[in-house]
Structures are given as structure tokens and as C-alpha cells.
Design a binder for this molecule. Structure first.
Ligand code: PLP
Length: 414
């Protein structure tokens, strides 16, 4: 007999949305199945394969039978290697004991919020922002305070927002620099001021640095210095420019990073979390219970992620992402999209399409169905006038980006 009872689904699930971009991607795949050619500018992961030295390290580890659990906090050698990366690239000393290896930045976010947040407590988040954050907060029966941010603050939280939105249930603020979906950064001064404003209220700053390494400070041919605030860059190892880590200006922050984006290891599911010493044991207990340990082969692979050979490959790819940004940004502006702040990181451009269409969700459907171009509507990133925005991801090669722009131009009748 079939069970006719309705499923018993927890109330929280009503507040947890799916990614609309996944529906869009499914439709794009369906169209491709029918023989249509689609330019993919919706995908939030690098199109490059994992660098060869990392693959080789993984193969060696598997051949050596490294398939058992590691400690919950991660392989000691990998925690040392990450500490070395902070020393080399940021000139900052982070004790390896404070570094916890996690199943992606996603695992790190869950652990960080898990040890910090009581039911009913609040976290400030920028809207637009990475949608999973508010869902993690909801999952833990906390409440996300969505702070509407605008181009005038490079889409980032500021001390003014903290002052305005903090209440007696708020325990911290989460930022991502560079941000998804806007690609904009918090400069050193902004980050320090924000951390100061949070600390002054006894709160904790959680800084998601998953797009660090993918930084493009200057637009080629643009002579004047970049507008607005996110201008803090310096030379890092490998000759590339870098963003400021919260660990440089506010060592007591919770800092999240990942091997997914700069290191191009999305499918390996590996990231890390840096916490103040007093929290390590608590994170360890939670990690033991939630995950037992991060993936062992992935950790051995990641030991090769900081080698000179790997960093050389990653820097070439960073240069390629910069070339794409430098093409796509003026091309979209020329088509009539509003992009008031130059995105200096990640691989996203958050473009105001209100001069071209009334509703970005419908616009993205039309672009897919009629022009064969897939982009993500603003609705995936919050509720602060998302109908005005599209997120373009330059995670496809130059020829395809050029084709995508040409198709949008034709669609708009230009
Ligand atoms: C801002 C941000 N944080 C975290 C994540 C999760 O990344 P991971 O693959 O490391 O779990 C993403 C993925 O797109 C992201 O954009």
C-alpha cells in the first residue's frame, strides 16, 4: 500500500530557497539537448581544470593508499602550508593551530556560525550577497538581518550600516571581499573600520575571503585610479595583486577561505576557517560531529596547491580572468548596463539592467530563450531591488564572451 500521509517537513524548510540559477541552468541544458548553442555566463566556478601539480599530488596520495580519516581539524601539514601562505602572501603570522581545514567554504561557514550563533540571534549580511549565508543562519534558527547596500559603498557593509542595523540580538556581521555577486572589495581601511564597529558592539566579524587571489586592480586603458573605495592592493607572491585579509587588520575575526575558486578545485570540496585560539576546541568538536574530517585525498592534493609550479599556473589564469573582465566590463556598459563601481575581483559583474528591461528575471529568461545567453537574475542574491540586476560570470573563454555580447547586442536591436 502506498503511504498517503503528507511528508513531515520541518518548518525551516519553507524559508530555504533553491538557487534560481539552477533552474535556469537546467533549462539551458534542455535547450542544448535540442541542439541550441548557449553561451554560459551564469556559472559561478572557474572553467579551468585543477592545476596539474595538484592532480599529480592526489594521484600519488591515492597510490599510497591515503584514504583513511585525517584529524577533524585537518592534516597538520596542510594547516602548516596554509599558515605559510598567509606569511608569504599577506606577511601575516597565523598560528597553524588556529587554521581548520573544512569541506569547502560551505563547511567553514557552517562551523563558524555553529559555534557563534544561538537561536534567535542575528547576523548582519549585505543584500545583495551570497544567498547560502542567510540559509545557514536560518538553519541554525538564527535570523539574518539583510542590510540593503548600494554602489555608493561598493555594495559592502560599512560602520554606518552597523550603527543603523545593529540591535541587542545582533552578534556579528558577515562580509565577502571580493563579493559574490558584485565582485567588489573592502579596502584595508574599510575593513579595519568595519571590524572596529563590530568589535565596539562586542560582536564578531566573519570575513569570507573565498575569492582572494582573483583580484584585478586596474582596468587596462583606464588611466585614472579606480573609483570609490576598494583600492587596496599590493604585490603578492607570484607577482599578482592581492586583497586585504581581515587577519591583517582584525586578527580576532573568523576568516573563511577555500580551495574552490582561486585554486580551481571546486569539486574537491575543501576550504578552511581561521578562528581565534579560544574557539578552536569548539570548532573541533563540531567538525568531529558534523563531518568527522575533510576529504583525505583532497587534503593531500591541496598540499601541492601552494607550490611555486601551481602558483605560476594560477597567476596565468588570474591574468586570463583579468583579460575577460577588461573585455566584458566596457562591452556591457556600452550596451546600456549600469556598472557604477568597477568590480576588482572574483569573476562577476553585477549589472543594472533597468534601462533595458523592467524585470531582470524575465530578462534573463528572454536572453536564454531568444538570444541563447544564460545569466543569473538578481533575485538569487537578495530582495534589495533584484529586479534591476543581472549577474554576469566570466567563467567562459574570450571567444564565447565575445559571442555572448554579440548576441545580447542583436537581441537589444543595436
Ligand atoms: C561567497 C561564497 N562563499 C562561499 C561559497 C562556497 O564555496 P565552496 O565551494 O568552497 O563551498 C561560494 C560559492 O560560490 C561563494 O560564492
Amino acid at each position: 500500500m502506498t503511504d498517503t500521509r503528507p511528508p513531515r517537513i520541518a518548518r525551516r524548510m519553507a524559508d530555504i530557497d533553491s538557487f534560481q540559477v539552477m533552474d535556469l541552468l537546467a533549462r539551458a541544458r534542455e535547450l542544448e539537448g535540442q541542439g541550441r548553442d548557449i553561451v554560459h555566463m551564469e556559472i559561478g566556478e572557474p572553467d579551468f581544470p585543477t592545476p596539474a601539480p595538484v592532480l599529480a599530488a592526489a594521484q600519488r596520495a591515492l597510490a599510497e593508499g591515503r584514504t583513511h580519516y585525517t584529524p577533524a581539524l585537518g592534516l597538520p601539514a596542510l594547516r602548516e602550508a596554509i599558515a605559510g601562505f598567509y606569511r608569504d602572501r599577506y606577511r601575516v603570522d597565523v598560528a597553524p593551530e588556529r587554521i581548520i581545514v573544512t569541506p569547502g567554504a560551505s563547511g567553514a561557514l557552517l562551523l563558524a556560525l555553529g559555534v557563534l550563533l544561538n537561536p534567535g540571534e542575528r547576523i548582519l549580511l549585505a543584500d545583495p550577497g551570497y544567498p547560502c549565508n542567510r540559509h545557514f543562519v536560518r538553519f541554525l534558527n538564527g535570523a539574518a538581518t539583510a542590510v540593503p547596500v548600494e554602489a555608493d559603498t561598493a555594495w559592502q557593509l560599512t560602520p554606518r550600516h552597523v550603527e543603523q542595523y545593529w540591535d541587542d540580538r545582533t552578534i556579528g556581521a558577515m562580509v565577502a571581499s571580493p563579493s559574490n555577486p558584485t565582485g567588489t572589495l573592502l579596502g584595508r581601511e574599510e575593513l579595519a573600520a568595519l571590524a572596529g564597529a563590530v568589535a565596539a558592539r562586542g560582536g564578531t566579524l566573519i570575513a569570507d575571503e573565498i575569492y582572494h587571489g582573483l583580484i584585478y586592480p586596474k582596468v587596462m586603458g583606464e588611466e585614472r585610479p579606480l573609483p570609490a573605495s576598494p583600492t587596496n592592493v599590493g604585490e603578492g607572491r607570484g607577482g599578482g595583486s592581492r586583497a586585504t585579509s581581515a587577519l591583517e587588520v582584525a586578527p580576532d575575526s573568523f576568516v573563511i577561505n577555500s580551495f574552490s575558486k582561486y585554486f580551481q578545485m571546486t569539486g574537491w570540496r575543501l576550504g578552511w576557517l581561521v578562528v581565534p585560539p579560544a574557539y578552536v576546541r569548539e570548532v573541533e568538536k563540531l567538525a568531529q560531529n558534523l563531518f568527522i574530517a575533510p576529504s583525505t585525498p583532497a587534503q593531500y592534493a591541496a598540499l601541492a596547491a601552494f607550490s611555486d609550479d601551481t602558483l605560476a599556473v594560477l597567476e596565468q589564469r588570474r591574468a586570463e580572468f583579468q583579460r575577460r573582465r577588461d573585455f566584458l566590463l566596457p562591452a556591457l556598459r556600452e550596451l546600456g548596463f549600469g556598472i557604477p563601481v568597477t568590480p576588482e575581483g572574483a569573476f562577476y559583474i553585477y549589472a543594472d539592467c533597468s534601462a533595458l528591461a523592467a524585470d531582470s528575471a524575465q530578462f534573463s529568461r528572454d536572453l536564454l530563450e531568444q538570444a541563447g545567453v544564460a545569466v543569473t537574475p538578481g533575485t538569487d542574491f537578495g530582495s534589495h531591488h533584484p529586479e534591476c540586476y543581472l549577474r554576469f560570470a566570466y567563467t567562459t573563454d574570450m571567444a564565447r564572451l565575445e559571442e555572448g555580447v554579440a548576441r545580447i547586442r542583436r537581441f537589444l536591436g543595436r
